[in-house]
Design a protein around this ligand. Structure first.
Ligand code: ATP
Ligand code: MG
Length: 411
């Protein structure tokens, strides 16, 4: 019989790779607390409208990448491609509005039907942080500081913060018209995908991955010429805050984000170490999103980071090692060892047992485990209530009383 294969783009991880992901989440949780972000959890499955309405029908995610299906009652549902939309839905449906300004963080699996490659999967994992109900530029600064500190905590120095503003709706509308005029002039040289986007959403052409588009994108008008004074001042306060906090940033005047809901601040932390998948963390301000779900105007700002991409950039986490490996010799010792190892583990001492093969094999397992001690238990010594505690690095060995094992090991 043919054994089942994984679904394309879905990974199963063993050991170090799984440890890397856990290390990223642990660092996130540590920094989350320092910044006072509360933990939230939202469903993996939402009504399809939650994503379609917030992320925008013309975006890649909604038009091509969503795992959408009908459940058994015929209701249209979608596996979350991101967290922001689900958090916004919960904010409106669960009465979280009473907590504004609400600083929340979460992490977990997300799903997008895309072509799998290095750093790009169909099931992947994100960290996510949001500040909801906060119109002040200070929240943008706080979120960016959180992101920057997380990357430092992970030892990732090579990621650069690229920062832009998309302005307020007036700014955006004027810029959109100018972009539309510019790209229309070069229509014939644009990639097919960008030609497709031209009338529906010309901003998205700036985000094109097609090389043919890049010179045309580079020559496109920048937003600065269209910024209203309010939008300009907002951006100035964000950058001043970042400078005061010692967060390095680079202006990226043509940076747009793939989703429709962004206003004002937009940013990406980029690295050149992951090939085409160089964006490790990205986000921005999404002042219009709650309205798209029928909620009241609620300014908010957030980011998401790819856990797989971050875990490729960190040093390998320390391998977990037992403190002691039990080496029983003889049948009675083997049974007694079950009791001894259970006792050690209950005392909080990480322990493992070498019960396979001859004495030599068992000792070499103990040596290879990285443990500090081997506890060698023979039938004769067992009768005296003793065992041999061997310090593996030095080879030094002494008899210890079984009743005082935990103390002997702690010394
Ligand atoms: P990209 O341009 O790489 O497709 P994106 O703009 O679609 O990214 P976002 O929607 O901003 O990505 O998601 C935030 C982060 O989640 C990304 O910066 C990336 O680190 C990660 N991410 C997004 N899609 C995937 C994927 N398919 N596999 C792994 N990580 C992903
Ligand atoms: Mg994408």
């Amino acid at each position: 019989m043919k054994t089942p294969q994984p679904v394309r783009g879905m990974q199963s991880l063993l050991g170090e790779e799984a440890d890397r992901m856990a290390a990223v989440v642990a660092a996130f949780d540590k920094v989350r607390r320092l910044y006072g972000f509360r933990r939230v959890d939202v469903p993996m499955l939402e009504d399809t409208a939650v994503f379609a309405r917030t992320m925008g029908e013309t975006t890649d995610v909604v038009s091509k990448e969503m795992y959408s299906f009908e459940d058994k009652s015929g209701d249209p549902v979608t596996l979350r491609p991101e967290f922001t939309a689900g958090i916004a839905r919960a904010f409106l449906s669960e009465g979280w509005q009473q907590h504004v300004p609400l600083k929340v963080a979460t992490h977990g699996a997300a799903f997008r039907y895309e072509r799998p490659q290095k750093g790009r999967f169909r099931q992947f994992h994100q960290l996510d942080a949001e500040i909801i109900g906060a119109p002040e530029p200070a929240s943008d600064v706080e979120l960016l500081c959180f992101a920057d500190q997380l990357l430092k905590e992970l030892g990732i120095d090579a990621a650069v913060l690229k920062l832009n503003t998309l302005g307020d709706p007036d700014t955006r509308a004027a810029w959109r018209d100018a972009l539309h005029a510019h790209f229309t002039k070069h229509r014939g040289d644009l990639s097919e995908e960008s030609r497709d986007r031209l009338d529906r959403n010309p901003l998205r052409i700036l985000d094109s991955k097609a090389h043919a588009d890049w010179p045309i994108v580079d020559a496109a008008p920048v937003i600065d010429d269209f910024l209203t004074s309010d939008a300009g001042e907002f951006f100035a306060r964000v950058t001043a805050g970042l400078d005061a906090a010692g967060v390095n940033w680079e202006r990226a005047p043509r940076l747009v984000r793939g989703l429709d809901y962004y206003r004002h601040t937009a940013f990406e932390f980029m690295t050149d170490q992951l090939g085409a998948q160089g964006t490790v963390l990205a986000g921005g301000r999404y002042d219009g999103l709650m309205e798209s779900l029928g909620g009241p105007h609620t300014p908010a700002v957030g980011w998401a980071a790819g856990i797989e991409r971050l875990s490729m950039l960190i040093d390998a986490p320390a391998v977990e090692q037992p403190l002691v490996v039990i080496v029983p010799l003889g049948d009675r010792a083997a049974t007694a060892a079950e009791g001894i190892i259970a006792g050690l583990r209950r005392d909080g001492i990480a322990s493992d047992m070498a019960y396979r093969g001859n004495m030599k094999k068992r000792m070499s397992k103990a040596n290879a485990s990285g443990a500090t001690y081997a506890l060698i238990i023979g039938d004769d010594e067992l009768d005296r209530g003793e065992a041999q505690l061997k310090t593996l690095a030095s080879g030094e060995q002494r008899a210890v009383t079984l009743g005082q094992l935990a103390q002997a090991i702690a010394e």
